[in-house]
Design a protein around this ligand. Structure first.
Ligand SMILES: Cc1ncc(C[n+]2csc(CCOP(=O)(O)OP(=O)(O)O)c2C)c(N)n1
Ligand SMILES: [Mg+2]
Length: 822
């Protein structure tokens, strides 16, 4: 059902002005005395304790990094430690109202946030649950280390568990929260609602939006907080995340209980610096980060600047903002003023700021000021506070000793088990659905207009006389993708899809035609033109427990989602120590006809990145079976499709494309045509040009060609290819990616080594030219053509009688072109 929002020229052309509301700045002005009704002594004690614990934890790391010892115990930590000494009130205030159902995301400087949120989650969880978490996490391995002689309460034990798991992670121990594969900048612990911290500045900006989307769409309790630095407000992913998070459609088009904004707080931990650049006054123009809210939406993101040096001011702000989220009026932007006394990293000499400035901020120190207030108001006396100090110091020392003990806290043993990290790159699970419940759909599947239409299509392209049916009559590649996707929408209640023009338009290239009728907005929606956020939000959605299909309309736009595709999507499963699953099927359409910025095949770029499965089916049968397999799995799959062949019918699978569910395992190449004299291995749509070349080679040169369709790039089973080469002794590889650096070269190298004994000639690669893609009318000079394949075979593999070469595949031309960089 298309949306009906009338864009009325009468209204739109009317004179007027945009009005802004004032954005509050540090409005909190209550003293501890004023707050006595809202906080018990114990609450205030806890705030002090948590801030102090963070301070001591970070001080310990600072001493380790700068002096090589803590309290007389030497230790070398070569890895990073971006400390937040000075920022404790901001972290504790942020976390104070949150429980384990609330998720926080952070940055490279998030140790304090992990501890604060973990402690708050512990405080708000019942002991049974805490015990359960500790017993089950890595089969109780951490608990065994810290719990043996514990005499205190379960909550105290959980506190020690939290500090140990975090520190062991920072020290890259296998006993850390993420088996040491995350480390200081990426440590996290999902059972307490601490989600990935990100070493890429602004990386959490769009991932957290996906987490909030997950909460909303799947009706889960809790809110999401994105803790990001002030300097990250310049980052594309943050802006894109804000755009996606504040879309009008949440209130204008989403219906019923889905109507309303995302439960997301974008919390700028504003310490006024990037590494050395000052955001206010130098690298940004906002003056105050809260100002950004004014430009985003009518609610101005409910933006506010708050005093992050006072934990009570932060708690107050979060309390009010959480209420806004509960009323479905999010997202919210907070500009939390704070300051780090520690350097950006411990090697930082603070040359970019004056001593005077640092001293001025130390006078505003959150911990000593709060301590003084507690004393002044007779809440805790010096003695009681000193006791807290020594408890904290003792805990940090005890945990430190355990975390550096090689026996208690070993690192991964990659000598005795060299594949241990490799085994964590993919989860390789199989799941019909990522959660229980019945999927929300608008009509029964059988009533879907497209499903009905497909009933009349020919699922094999040729009639009994071998004549091809008309294109209109053929079941096409786009239909195969559609059938697999709609089937999963009716199986997995968590599945959502989004991208540009995914809804009423019918999806790019009409793959999704029929989905709009089937699905409410909360399962299929148009995203803003924010490729980074489209992928980033999908990542956040999946890491919280959902399955998702983001779409990139043209492969060329992958660059816009570079960080998300290269740094985030592939890494979190392994960086979590295999805690997280990433069921994201990223559809990427490879163009042609539209010139240099719309026609590139970048499958090689993606296949280069460890942690992504990469597939490129070229027939309707394969497209449906592989989409089914991708959607059944729990790993990130980049699913390449070619715009050249969306309308291609099934030419190979004689039984036609089954209308029932079936899977084609990812990683298995397929022999599309058997032959005995030479093997051609293709990736993607090049298959059809190889078929043409094979016909010419048969007719003119009596060469029998075996054609193998790679179908997948990662993973990839070389055995069928080796078997083929054993028979033919020759192989040519062809694909539409520019030849230099193409994945075909990787394959050719592997085949040369693995099938060396069978090869009579080198494995030859035919890719596109190392140029810009020219206009459609000139494209045949750019993409591999059947004649190129024949010329290359003639020149480099086996001379063909009477053949005249038009395209130069000689060694000399290869060297000349390489010298010129083309
Ligand atoms: C994309 C990216 N660019 C640059 C860096 C290097 N870098 C690490 S932290 C940092 C400053 C970040 O400042 P801010 O976001 O304010 O966080 P803060 O360090 O102040 O907590 C920079 C430039 C990075 N990690 N990622
Ligand atoms: Mg900063």
């Amino acid at each position: 059902m298309p949306k009906s929002q009338f864009i009325d020229p009468e209204k739109i052309r009317k004179q007027g002005e945009i009005l802004f509301s004032p954005i509050p700045v540090n409005q909190y002005n209550r003293s501890i005395r004023d707050e006595r009704d809202n906080f018990s002594d114990e609450d205030l004690r806890r705030i002090y304790h948590d801030m102090l614990l963070i301070r001591e934890f970070e001080t310990m790391l600072n001493l380790i990094k700068t002096k090589g010892e803590y309290r007389g115990i030497a230790y070398n930590h070569p890895g990073p430690a971006h400390l937040s000494i000075g920022q404790e009130a901001a972290a504790v205030g942020m976390a104070y109202n949150l429980d384990a159902d609330d998720f926080i995301f952070g940055s490279h400087r998030s140790h304090g946030e992990i501890l604060a949120k973990g402690l708050s989650a512990i405080h708000r969880s019942d002991d049974k649950l805490l015990q359960q978490v500790m017993n089950s996490y890595f089969d109780g391995r951490i608990l065994k280390i810290i719990g043996n002689d514990h005499k205190g309460t379960v909550k105290e034990l959980a506190g020690k568990f939290l500090v140990y798991g975090t520190l062991a992670e920072i020290f890259a121990r296998e006993t850390g929260f993420n088996k040491g594969l995350g480390g200081s900048m990426h440590a996290f612990f999902t059972p307490f609602g601490v989600y990935p911290n990100n070493a890429i500045v602004g990386g959490s900006g769009d991932i957290s939006v996906g987490a909030a989307l997950y909460k909303k769409v799947n009706r889960k309790n809790g809110i999401v907080v994105a803790n990001i630095g002030d300097a990250s407000m310049a980052c594309g992913p943050v802006w894109e995340g804000i755009s996606l998070a504040s879309m009008d459609q949440f209130t204008e088009l989403w219906e019923g209980e889905m109507k309303g904004g995302l439960p997301l707080i974008i919390n700028v931990m504003n310490n006024h610096y990037g590494m050395g650049g000052q955001t206010s006054g130098e690298t940004m123009g906002f003056g105050m980060a809260a100002r950004i809210g004014a430009g985003v939406n009518n609610d101005q993101l409910h933006a506010e600047r708050i005093d992050g040096m006072n934990p009570l001011a932060v708690i107050d702000a979060f309390e009010r903002k959480i209420e806004i989220l509960k009323n479905k009026r999010g997202p919210v932007l907070l500009d939390t003023v704070t300051y780090r006394y520690s350097g950006h990293s411990p090697s930082d000499a603070s040359s970019y700021r004056s001593k005077e400035e640092m001293e001025a901020w130390e006078k505003h120190d959150c911990i000593s000021n709060f301590r003084n207030e507690l004393i002044r108001n007779d809440i805790l006396d010096e003695n009681a506070l000193d006791t807290i100090d020594s408890e904290v110091n003792e805990l940090v020392l005890e945990v430190f000793k355990m975390a550096i003990d090689e026996k208690l806290s070993p690192r991964m043993d990659l000598v005795s088990d060299p594949e241990i990290i490799g085994e964590m790159m993919f989860s390789n699970d199989s799941a019909d659905a990522m959660d229980k419940g019945s999927p929300e759909v608008l009509i029964p599947l059988k009533d879907n207009p497209r499903i009905r239409q497909l009933k009349n299509k020919e699922r094999y392209a040729f009639d009994s006389d071998g004549r091809q049916y008309s294109k209109m009559k053929q079941y096409q590649l786009r239909d195969g993708i559609f059938e697999a996707i709609i089937d999963r929408f009716y199986k997995d209640p968590t599945l959502i899809a989004f991208g540009e023009e995914n809804r009423d338009w019918g999806g790019a290239f009409a793959v999704y035609r029929g989905l709009t009728e089937a699905l409410p907005y909360n399962r299929l929606f148009n995203a803003p033109i924010s490729e980074g956020a489209i992928v980033g939000a999908a990542i956040g959605y999946a890491m919280c427990g959902g399955r998702v299909i983001p779409e990139i309309m043209y492969c060329d736009f992958l660059g816009r989602a570079g960080d998300e595709v290269f740094n985030q999507l592939p890494k979190w499963q392994a960086m979590s120590g295999n805690i997280i699953r990433m069921p994201v099927v990223l559809r990427v359409s490879v163009g042609s006809k539209y010139g240099a910025q719309h026609s590139q095949d970048w499958s090689s770029l993606v296949a280069h990145i460890p942690g992504l499965k990469v597939v490129f089916p070229a027939t309707p049968y394969d497209a449906k079976g592989m989409m089914n397999a991708a959607l059944q799995g729990t790993d990130p799959v980049v699913f390449f499709e070619s715009q050249r062949i969306y309308d291609m019918g099934e030419q190979f699978h004689k039984e036609g494309v089954p209308d029932k569910y079936y899977e084609i395992p990812l990683g298995e190449p397929d022999i599309k045509q058997e032959g005995s004299d030479i093997t051609i291995l293709t990736i993607g749509a090049t298959l059809y040009r190889a078929i043409e070349a094979a016909k010419i080679l048969k007719d003119k040169h009596n060469l029998s060609v075996e054609i193998i369709d790679a179908r997948s790039l990662v993973p990839f089973n070389y055995n069928p290819v080796i078997e083929s080469v054993r028979k033919t002794g020759r192989i040519l590889l062809a694909g539409d990616a520019s030849e230099r650096g193409s994945f075909l070269n990787d394959m050719a190298r592997n085949i040369s080594e693995l099938a060396f004994d069978y090869l009579d000639a080198p494995a030859v690669v035919v890719g596109s030219r190392n140029w810009i893609t020219p206009a459609y009318e000139l494209e045949n000079a750019f993409f591999p053509q059947p004649e190129w394949i024949i010329d290359a075979i003639h020149t480099r593999i086996i001379p063909l009688d009477g053949h005249t070469v038009k395209n130069d595949y000689s060694a000399r031309s290869r060297i000349d072109r390489s010298k010129k960089g083309i």
